[in-house]
Design a protein around this ligand. Structure first.
Ligand SMILES: [Zn+2]
Length: 119
């Protein structure tokens, strides 16, 4: 049963700053390896996406990342960081992801199921 809009909003506001701290720390950590220029990180309340990346170098993340097992959150963060290097889902892009998340395929599969259940 879906919760009310107001409750959902409160849940978002309650978790947003924790999510920001966690995601910023992780992004910094992983980006030490990649060395891209991250313009801005935004924390959002989205129903269908875990993250996205804009051509301007802005990364957007769903605050619900902090509710996921850490290894899945790591995968989402690395995925978006790698779009700063490859703005597509080519084999070059996945090779970048693989550099820090060697088992990204497995994590991606698990995440797909969670995404569907969340809706
Ligand atoms: Zn992507």
């Amino acid at each position: 049963m879906r919760r009310g809009k107001r409750e959902e909003r409160q849940e978002y506001l309650k978790n947003r700053e924790n999510a920001r701290a966690f995601i910023e720390r992780k992004s910094e950590e992983f980006n030490k390896f990649y060395g891209y220029k991250i313009n801005r990180i935004s924390i959002r309340n989205q129903r269908t996406r875990w993250g996205s990346c804009s051509k301007k170098g802005n990364l957007n993340f769903n605050y619900r990342l902090i509710l996921l097992p850490e290894r899945l959150a790591d995968y989402v963060i690395v995925h978006e960081i790698c779009h700063l290097g490859e703005f597509n889902h080519s084999s070059k892009f996945w090779a970048l992801v693989e550099r820090t998340i060697p088992d990204y395929r497995e994590r991606r599969q698990i995440l797909k199921k969670i995404r569907t259940n969340m809706l």
